[in-house]
Design a protein around this ligand. Structure first.
Ligand code: EPZ
Length: 429
């Protein structure tokens, strides 16, 4: 298993290109199942989760083609990938594939919509929580699907196809919103979904589905209306920039000090997090093709946050923000309201010198602390990058093990950071 070795103390200066969003790419790829025509996605990041999902889709019969290198392509830009589900040859998504990347479960919506049946392994929980799928099941049953849970699989059928319905999500769920949205595009009649997730990735999926011929209104608000159509056609869609990668690197610069231009970043996708960074004393300058982040000399002020569904502070930036608050001049409170077990980075940050106390879903970070290098273990995707950030700001050497977690969601992390002066390298074992 690979590790990452970081020698702390260097400021970050230069340019970091922001990749296409992982959490938009995954549902967009799954949307290719909804049509027999070609869906071309641009700006697709090179990530382990994308490769895992390709294996699921090809198992269903989707052809995919990665376009070759183009002139002045420096390997930092995303790829254009062509997906074509001419026909779906297998409506089963097996455990050995779904268990590798839980969002694969989302294929259940398009398979039911197009093939009127699906047998999809339940994704199971993960490190940050039990991750139930009850709302996925309830919403698809509202569309007329019959779903049984047997031997760890959701076995679903919809004789004659899905029928549009009104459905209210009892909790805001990004995945359940994606799946109901995709299913409704081919359901007969009108669907009204309420208490939907408003994340930018939902809007990006809706924009792509509209380009494919879907009739959707209200994406980005909590009520989405869909009028079903007979079939969807192909389209070309560019994946929006990754707001979590953007926030992560902005917080890295805030920790080390320096001046970095996040190329391609869109401030409106993470305004709440940027406003928090400004309160903490970080320089944030919005440009038309990115965001300039600076921190020269001034200290970091403590800021309390509570994670919330969009447009609130994103749970996927909670671990990174906690790392930043370890060097803040005072105490800050971080409340996690989305997942029940998303504080595993606390004990690893403590090994680097952080002083954090936990009370249920609230962490109190006592700052400032002097961070010093150590060997630490990545536990989940976003926690792992918070350890790299602490290593960048700390004194001495930090080795982060189990970096396969990192590779799931951060494209070319070492290259992007070392290009800005970080002393960081991957140790392959
Ligand atoms: C998406 O996960 C993201 N993943 C997560 O990012 C992100 O943290 C999460 O949304 C919240 O923003 C992708 O987009 C691939 P949810 P998702 O359904 O859709 C509960 C990362 O690091 N819930 O919005 O699985 C659930 O347990 C990942 O990139 C139910 O109770 O999250 C959680 O407590 C981590 N029943 C809450 O809702 C359901 O049927 C929000 O989860 C579905 C969800």
């Amino acid at each position: 298993m690979d590790s990452i070795l970081v020698r702390g103390g260097n400021k970050l200066n230069g340019v970091i290109p922001i990749s296409g969003a992982k959490n938009a790419t995954l549902p967009l790829m799954i949307a290719s199942l909804l049509t027999s025509e070609e869906l071309i996605l641009e700006n697709v990041p090179h990530l382990a989760d994308v490769e895992s999902l390709v294996r699921i889709l090809t198992n269903h019969g989707v052809d995919y083609q990665v376009k070759g290198k183009r002139k002045n392509h420096n390997g930092q830009q995303g790829r254009n990938i062509h997906f074509k589900a001419s026909e779906i040859v297998d409506t089963t998504a097996p455990y050995d594939l779904v268990s590798k990347m839980r969002a694969s479960f989302w294929v259940i919506g398009p398979l039911l919509a197009r093939m009127h049946k699906a047998k999809v392994s339940l994704p199971g929980g993960c490190a940050i929580g039990t991750r139930p799928v009850d709302m996925f099941i309830e919403s698809l049953e509202a569309f007329g699907a019959k779903i049984n849970i047997e031997n760890g699989y959701a076995i679903a059928s919809a004789e004659g196809g899905l029928v549009g319905a009104e459905f209210n999500f009892s909790k805001v769920s990004v995945g359940a919103t994606h799946v109901a949205l995709m299913a409704a595009t081919l359901a007969k009649g009108k669907t009204v979904l309420s208490n939907c997730a408003r994340e930018p990735e939902v809007v990006d999926l809706a924009n792509c589905l509209i380009a494919m011929g879907a009739k959707i209104e209200g994406a980005g608000t909590s009520v989405i209306t869909i009028n079903g159509v007979e079939a969807l056609h192909g389209a070309r869609h560019r994946v929006l920039p990754d707001r979590i990668e953007t926030g992560t690197y902005a917080m890295a610069v805030a920790m080390t000090g320096g001046d970095v231009f996040l190329q391609g970043a869109q401030a409106s996708l993470l305004q709440n997090a940027l406003d928090v960074l400004v309160k903490a004393g970080v320089g944030i300058e919005e440009k038309n093709d990115g965001i300039r982040v600076t921190r020269n000399g001034a200290g970091i002020k403590p800021v309390d946050i509570t994670t919330e569904p969009f447009p609130g502070f994103p749970t996927d930036l909670q671990a990174q923000f906690m790392a930043l608050m370890t060097i803040a001049e005072g105490d800050s409170k971080i409340k996690e309201t989305i997942f029940e077990n998303r504080f595993m980075h606390v004990q690893e940050l403590a090994r680097l010198g952080a002083n954090i106390t936990l009370d249920g879903q609230t962490a109190t970070v006592h700052g400032p602390t002097r961070l010093t290098g150590a060997t630490v273990m990545a536990t989940d995707l976003r926690a792992s990058v918070s350890l790299v950030m602490a290593g960048l700001a700390g004194e001495g050497e930090t080795t982060v093990t189990r970096v396969y977690h990192l590779d799931r969601g951060f494209e070319h992390l070492e290259q992007k950071l070392s290009a800005c002066g970080a002393d960081i390298q991957r140790l392959s074992s």
